[in-house]
Design a protein around this ligand. Structure first.
Ligand code: ZN
Length: 165
C-alpha cells in the first residue's frame, strides 16, 4: 500500500461510510496497519492509501493497534492543547496544531463491534487528525495562512529538487 502525499486529489475528498465489515475490509485494515508501521507513523486514514472509506488505524506507543470504522467524535473538551504534529502524507513537515485535549469517540472495530472510548492527550490528537482525513482536511489547514504558505513553498521546493535530480 503506497501512502499518497500532498497534491493528491484523493486526500481532499470526504469519504463514504463503510457498508460491510467483512473479510475484504479486515484485509484492508491489516494492510493499513502494516503501512503505518513501515511509515513509522501513529495513525493512517483510508484516503491516505486511496481506500476511500471511513476507516482509520491508530497505533501509539504502549498501546495495541486499533481500527476505527465509521467513527464519530461525540464530544470534545473545551480545553485545548498546542502540540507539534506531522503526517505521513506530508513528509518532513511538522508544525504546532491546536486541538481539543480530550474527546469521546464512537466507532466499530474490525470485528463489527461498536465501541465508545474516552481519550485524551496523544490518542485524542491522533483521532482528531485521522478523523480530519475522512473529511478531506489536512493538519496544515489548521495553521495560519502565512504558516501554511511557508510549508507549501517548502514542499514545492522539495518536489522541484527531486525532479531536478
Ligand atoms: Zn495525516
Amino acid at each position: 500500500m503506497n501512502i499518497l502525499t500532498l497534491g493528491s486529489d484523493l486526500l481532499r475528498q470526504k469519504v463514504e461510510p463503510v457498508k460491510n465489515i467483512d473479510d475484504e475490509l479486515r484485509a484492508a485494515a491489516e494492510e493499513m496497519i502494516a503501512a503505518l508501521h513501515i511509515g513509522k507513523g501513529v495513525g493512517l486514514a483510508g484516503p491516505q492509501v486511496g481506500f476511500m472509506k471511513r476507516i482509520f488505524v491508530v497505533h501509539v506507543d504502549g498501546d495495541v493497534p486499533r481500527v476505527f470504522i465509521n467513527p464519530s467524535i461525540t464530544a470534545t473538551s473545551t480545553e485545548t492543547v498546542k502540540r507539534e504534529e506531522g503526517c505521513l502524507s506530508i513528509p518532513g513537515i511538522w508544525a504546532d496544531v491546536v486541538r481539543a485535549r480530550a474527546l469521546q469517540v464512537q466507532a466499530w472495530n474490525e470485528k463489527g463491534r461498536p465501541f465508545t472510548m474516552e481519550l485524551d492527550d496523544i490518542l485524542a490528537r491522533v483521532i482528531l487528525h485521522e478523523y480530519d482525513h475522512l473529511e478531506g482536511v489536512l493538519f496544515i489547514d489548521r495553521l495560519s495562512v502565512p504558516k501554511r504558505n511557508r510549508i507549501l513553498a517548502k514542499m514545492e521546493r522539495q518536489l522541484q529538487g527531486r525532479q531536478g535530480k
